[in-house]
Write a protein of this length. Sequence first.
Length: 121
Amino acid sequence: MSYACYCEVDEAYEVIDEKELHARKPWVCEECQGPIPVGALYLRSKGLIYGTWTTHRTCAGCLVPFRWVEEHCGCWLYGDLERHLHEDVFQEADLPPGVKFKVGRWLVEMSRRRGQRWVNQ
């Protein structure tokens, strides 16, 4: 079921490979800027775009809203999840109250993880 969210994709990957892995070294989530500690589950996306290979890492906490956006909005925007959730989904007036609460919760959690970035690293 779509909730009238929309995202505009300017660029498309020629090749994409996504794998859920356990971190062998610390990383930073490219969605919330929070830590991905050693041993934590994360999504690694490698893609070829305009002849250049890129790697994008998404923490397990951001993976749930990431997949929700992919399913309900029909696209995903690497590195732009928080803005998309806030501007294109949360601010939509026709969202059911439960969906608005869920999206608002994800935004708060992303903000909290970002605040943990420099703790214990």
